[in-house]
Design a protein around this ligand. Structure first.
Ligand code: NAP
Ligand code: GCO
Length: 268
């Protein structure tokens, strides 16, 4: 195998993963640390940053945690300047922070719709815009946007989320198109249904002790016949952050146990 495996190393890289105190962001960050990167993360509350720092320390990772709301352009500029000064320029950005609101569209306020789009789509725009100039100057950089099944599919109650994640897919392709010549790769990861706090309401045990109908539905809809776990995203995330993917640009890598390939089970 020779030194081929070194192409997957993140040794000497600074990786910023947004909203990575727990959940998918945390799993990706721990994989990056194992691959050799220095980890920087942010969250909206100090309490969450502290919780995240303790969780990283428990895994033997000395992460750098900051409070920063990804929707606040001034705060993000100051945050990136501070990280650059205290840790170093960012080589890898993972736009992971995101929220969902499950509300039927006709009942959803424009305020709620805007908030989802603000965090899930404007946030990645603001963060990417803040790190790109230094990446352009240094002629290398990796941006990974955490997309969704809802970058491709719709379903009841998630209009804002689907609009934002569909937009994030196209923002990914546009960053790749606009800055690819600077040796900057921007790709997306589209997780399937992953067991994290965000999807906990869809897995709640029912008052009669049975599984949530959505839980049963999604397992039947997934060829792998299970929910994903955050660790399922680690290999793809390391690949897209590493030199091994230097000619991969504008791709959305769906890590979904086969959901998008499958027409679904015949009823009965
Ligand atoms: P999660 O458990 O809810 O974690 C999301 C993190 O983002 C939380 O730490 C959250 O902090 C933080 N955050 C929210 N708003 C923020 C803001 N304005 N600025 C900074 N941080 C903010 O979600 P997850 O399931 O790990 O999902 C992570 C990403 O993957 C999201 O973009 C999500 O849409 C996407 N995704 C998830 C799944 C899935 O099945 N779980 C599938 C596809 C895509 P708070 O706790 O304070 O809100
Ligand atoms: C939902 C889910 C999702 C997932 C994920 C799928 O209510 O349908 O929460 O949208 O979290 O993004 O990839």
């Amino acid at each position: 195998m020779g030194n081929f495996i070194n192409k997957f190393s993140l040794e000497g890289k600074v990786a910023l993963i947004t909203g990575a105190s727990y959940g998918i962001g945390f799993a990706i960050a721990t994989a990056y640390a194992e691959a050799g990167a220095t980890i920087v993360f942010n969250d909206i509350k100090q309490e969450l940053v502290d919780k995240g720092l303790a969780a990283y320390a428990e895994k033997g990772i000395q992460a750098h945690g900051y409070v920063c709301d990804v929707t606040n352009e001034d705060a993000v500029s100051a945050f990136i300047a501070q990280v650059t000064e205290e840790v170093g320029p960012i080589d890898i950005l993972v736009n992971n922070a995101g929220i969902i609101k499950r509300i039927p569209m006709v009942e959803m306020s424009a305020k709620d719709f805007r908030q989802v789009v603000d965090i899930d789509l404007n946030g990645p725009f603001i963060m990417s815009k803040a790190v790109l100039p230094s990446m352009m100057e240094r002629r290398h950089g990796k941006i990974i946007n955490i997309c969704s099944m809802m970058s491709e599919l719709g379903r009841e109650t998630v209009s804002a989320y689907a609009a934002a994640k569909g937009g994030l897919k196209m923002l990914t392709k546009n960053i790749a198109s606009e800055y690819g010549a600077y040796n900057i790769q921007c790709n997306g990861i589209g997780p399937g249904y992953i067991a994290t706090p965000q999807t906990a309401p869809l897995r709640e045990i029912q008052p009669d002790g049975s599984r949530h109908p959505f839980d049963q539905f999604i397992v039947a809809k997934t060829p792998a016949a299970r929910w994903g776990v955050a660790e399922d995203l680690q290999g793809p995330a390391v690949f897209l952050a590493s030199e091994a993917s230097d000619f991969v640009n504008g791709l959305i890598l769906y890590v979904d146990g086969g959901i998008l390939a499958y027409i679904g089970k015949q009823p009965g």
